[in-house]
Design a protein around this ligand. Structure first.
Ligand code: DGL
Length: 274
């Protein structure tokens, strides 16, 4: 039995649907969610910058919370920095989020798979390697959508149904024109628009995400060695939703509301080790 928390890290709110799925199935586990809005958006940063930022964050977070597992609920952070972070923090098990290319390749009848992500993710050789490994007979159509990341991070709470439909539909049009019948949502922020993506994609294009896969991966780490890392049963677990920028007033209220989605209190996180 291990009462230590599980860390969930993203550049902002993108990891919330992932963390929420995990918590529903594992209510006894304590989670510490970090929205690193101070460095948002990750997609516009270089691999080197992201490795340095995430290294410093983890240095602080591990010192303060002593987590038992760290989940990068961010494709950009995972493809850019996970290998280095695993080396730098050898005793901390990591779970990374990468675009669900394998199931999409398996599900594509036309052999044309679409990947929607940040500029950083789309350009990373890791994506080409995944595509080569699982879908060498497929063409992969990659589109970067930084404006969609920004829309979700900064506007989703106030956006209406029609506005959400309008932001996803031009992307779906481009994928449709390219013949895509299997689309991978390769950025965790896009999960906030999953319903719109599914509805607008229609029956001719299936939409893939990694939410279930990540929950299962964390659960398998908890269950290893006779469930050594599992927390003891309890009615309500503790946890905290951290935001790395010190926004107050209306902006602070926004973060409080996001924290409430996960049923967690909100707190500002200041990086100690830079
Ligand atoms: N949520 C992140 C991802 O999955 C990145 C968003 C950003 O650019 O900060 O890639």
């Amino acid at each position: 039995m291990d009462r230590r928390p599980i860390l969930f890290i993203d550049s902002g709110i993108g990891g919330i649907p992932y963390c929420s799925n995990f918590r529903e199935r594992n209510p006894a586990e304590t989670v510490v969610y970090l929205a690193d809005h101070l460095h948002f958006p990750y997609g516009k940063r270089s691999r080197e910058e992201l490795t340095a930022i995430l290294g410093a964050l983890l240095e602080s977070l591990t010192g303060e919370y002593d987590p038992k597992i760290s989940v990068m609920v961010c494709n950009t952070a995972s493809v850019s920095a996970l290998a280095e972070l695993r080396e730098r923090f050898p005793s901390l098990p990591f779970v990374g989020t990468v675009p669900a290319i394998k199931p999409a390749v398996e599900g594509s009848a036309r052999r044309v798979v679409g990947v929607l992500g940040t500029e950083r993710t789309i350009d990373d050789p890791y994506i080409a390697a995944l595509a080569g490994r699982y879908g060498s007979d497929c063409s992969i159509v990659k589109i970067a959508a930084p404006e969609l990341v920004d829309f979700v991070e900064n506007r989703i709470a106030d956006a209406g149904a029609e506005e959400k439909r309008q932001v996803v539909s031009p992307f779906l049009e481009r994928f449709r024109e390219a013949g895509v019948d299997a689309l991978v949502l390769g950025c965790t922020h896009f999960l906030f628009l999953l319903e719109e993506f599914r509805r607008e994609a229609g029956p001719g294009m299936k939409v893939y995400d990694s939410v279930e896969g990540i929950t299962k991966r964390v659960e398998s780490l908890l269950d290893k060695n006779d469930a050594a890392l599992r927390a003891p049963e309890r009615k309500s677990a503790e946890g905290v939703f951290l935001v790395s920028c010190g926004e107050t007033g209306a902006a602070g209220e926004r973060w409080r509301n996001f924290a409430a989605v996960l049923g967690l209190p909100f707190s500002v996180f200041r990086i100690v080790h830079e």
